[in-house]
Design a binder for this molecule. Sequence first.
Ligand SMILES: [NH3+][C@H]1C[C@H](O)[C@@H](O)[C@@H]1CO
Length: 615
Amino acid sequence: FDVTFSTTSGHKVPSTLYGLMFEDINSGDGGLYAELIQNRAFQQVTPGTSAALTAWATLGSASIAVVKSSSPVSTALPNALSFKPTATSGTVGFTNDGYFGIPVTAGWKYTGSFFYRTPTPPATKISSSFTVGLRSTSGTVFTSTTVPFTTSSSWQQATFTFTASSTQTSVTNLFALTVNAATIGELTMEFTLISLFPPTFNNRANGMRVDISEALLAMDPGFFRFPGGNNLEGQTPAQRWAWESTVNSLVDRPGRLGTWGYINTDGLGLYEYLQWIEDMGMEPIMAVFAGYTLNGASVAQNSLQTYITEAINQINFAIGDASSNPQAAIRSAMGHPEPFDLTYIEIGNEDFFSSTTYTNYRWSAFVDALSAEFPQLHYISTSATSGSVPKLTPAPTYWDLHIYSNPNFFINGAFNFDILPRNGLQFFQGEYATTTQNSGATLAYPFIDGSIAEAAYMTGFDRNSDIVFAASYAPLLSSVSSIQWTPDLINFSPNSLILSTSYYVQKLFSVYKGDFYLTSTTNTASSPVQWSVTRDTATSQYFLKRYHSEHCSLHAPIHPASTAGTGTILTAAPGTMNTPTKPTAAVPSNFSFTAGKTITYNAPGLSLSVLVVVS
Ligand SMILES: [NH3+][C@H]1C[C@H](O)[C@@H](O)[C@@H]1CO
């Protein structure tokens, strides 16, 4: 195929063109959010049930149960772990097995804390010490430290650190809190908010996992859509993601039964999201609950004001003036006096499942009220997973559309945006992924056929980035041990990541998006080769991204001076996927080539190549 491209005509590429969509779908607690202790505060559990003790077990001669504390540590955290030795000597205590394991990594400084009290302290106070540490399930202690205590009926908070001196290949490890029974006899003590963090990204307290953050940072992501997705909505209004329950101290956060059927601690709350997004250099696309819930119901028009006010307060938490606005004052007290950067607000998620209420009143009620309060922000309307541009009043200027399909759809869809009107409406491909094979078979992990098909579709995002301002694969993350939606861009275990073939496609397009799209000859839809050419003005590099579904060569004239070029190619045999057992079955490789007046480049089928030349 001959490709010619202009070095002058084209259009700017928005910095937000490629980014990340996130919600807690087996991906927040135990994933991006770095807390290592599962069920750390017994949130939203029923005392006395075995489920209330998820992840906890006794160690030695002791008994434990979750109780409703007679004097809770806070209103938000009414429950506590009641612990009682059942012997008067020996080491006794309890353990937590983490989120499907706990990594022990040499050099890591772990930071922990817990609240404790003695509901009925002895007349003569007892002073002793707890030992906290990490150990194998067979009792080998990898690291530990001691925390002195004196019995008291009021809650005390202990803080501690310890450092691991070895790296354990197994993650089947335990956090243990023990005490010498000889010192306290059969005394009942209560514990809650028992927390342990590894090193976090940018060393933030209550922060995010380093390896996941770094893998995402390597994608040069332009934006971060949060907190959902379905997890924004909940099954009922009472179960929605309510921002106010996710801020202030961890003792003030009750947690909630998330949309995906497990309890969210909300330790990853609005502040942590915004701080991490800022640390990662991304633009937030912050969603507000808009009155549609996943039981199919919509909040009635005359009951919306509560949620409109909640959305206004959520935005003020992010960008309000801390000296005059109470929600902004919470942000300031948490450590960020200055407003966060915020431009985009999404009103709801996939609201066209509600058929009429978004069109009839919910969109206009929210966007009229919010744009009156915050005229400087951009408001994104949502859609169902397909469908035409929504008929909304006021007409949206930004529209989020989602598509999950098979390789053929994405290969045939490379020109889907070329035919759309240039009338001011900006598109956000907020969720997309190859979820099935062309046969319809579902995918446990992305596979090269689907990832390369996504690349064909993404050449369309480059070419139409005058009206496509953002695009993100979904879902972004999932634990390998607890999965509800496949495939995912990245899967993770407690100490490893599986970067999928689609991860590499997203990374190549995002890292080489440049800042200016150069008009080039194009192919036709469903062709076996699609390409896009962009330029990075600062480095005067040209990026030629090419998707190949079959072997062919491509000739591209390169303007003066270029002699040497560097390239990256992702290719693999049909059906190849990166999995927990074969995490690097398909990874990109780099090469160099001689540039000149033209480039002749042969690429195998099922490949994505990026050719970089300096003009
Ligand atoms: N049903 C998908 C669409 C919704 O917005 C997400 O929560 C789900 C997984 O990405």
